[in-house]
Design a protein around this ligand. Sequence first.
Ligand code: HEC
Length: 193
Amino acid sequence: MTVIWRRLVVLQIPILGFSLVIGFLQSNLESAEQNFVQPPDRFGFGRPAMITDIEKLDIDVTPAGTGLPPGNGTAQTGTATWNRVCGSCHGPNGEGGTAAPVVGLEPQTGPPTVGNFWPYATTLYDYINRAMPRNAPGSLTADEVYGLVAWILARNEIIEDNAVMDARTLPQVTMPSSNRFVPDDRTGGPEIR
Ligand code: HEC
């Protein structure tokens, strides 16, 4: 009898503790429900986005060249910008430094570069314009970006030093690695996991 009684006590203590906790949570939940205030439909700040706001963010250039802005540059005009802004990280000749090389045509033995790995010339404009220089992205003019694109393409022997790069000519540049990629038409499933 004593054994059963003791067992009951042993069981009841945790049960009592558990129901106290539940009771505490319930009362907290009830008071949270009472304090709940319906939010207003509008908070009264902000304004509708204007076309000019959207244009500032709409900077993407597609592989086909859609989105390339007015402006132009050559490898010659790009040299000064490269030396001033880019060479410190990528090396004076684009051979690499603290940052990756951007010049190099050999895909088998060398590291990936614009010359041996990038399938489109157009997206080089997009990348430099949006992300470079790494320490001040967005600080370059369209002419400067076209000049840098031309400089990188010319150093990779893809275009001539005096070839003008602009919204019309850049999409016509064929990259050495344009045929090194295949469309990824896999739909999923175990073979890609
Ligand atoms: C403060 C250092 C720094 C400066 C300055 C800089 N970059 Fe970069 N850049 C990087 C880093 C870091 C990466 C990412 C790749 C890597 O890890 O090296 C990169 C990547 C790139 C790539 C892509 C390389 C690839 O094939 O993936 C290009 C192209 C490039 N930079 C061009 C430029 C140009 C043009 C300028 C001058 C306007 C510039 N960078 C200035 C640090 C820098």
